[in-house]
Ligand binder design. Sequence first.
Ligand SMILES: O=C(O)C(=O)C[C@]1(C(=O)O)C=C[C@@H](O)C=C1
Length: 106
Amino acid sequence: MTTATSAAPSTGGATAAERTGARTPEAADLISNARERIDALDDRIIGLIQERMAVSAVIQKERIASGGRRVNLAREMEILTHYREALGKPGTALAMTLLELCRGKI
Ligand SMILES: O=C(O)C(=O)C[C@]1(C(=O)O)C=C[C@@H](O)C=C1
């Protein structure tokens, strides 16, 4: 087994081991590739959240213009349940954060 000590010029001279915490070049390679996929997924997730915020703003504007309130708690309960059923308890926290991003703090 070789150790992961090769320097990476594109990242300020840190070794693959330092960048990834791996102890072999093979592990460092796998981790680097998987991190690229995670970065790409995070970019898509952020884009989807921004799209969700825009759609939510359309709904809220229309409801307020029609004389209604910004917030619809019954709908928020449906969303919280949806996320909790899909992701467990942390899903509820995630949905609450999404709702805060979309309608502000209440
Ligand atoms: O579905 C609505 O009625 C919305 O206004 C959208 C939304 C959301 O972002 O999901 C935002 C605020 C409401 O309190 C409930 C849900």
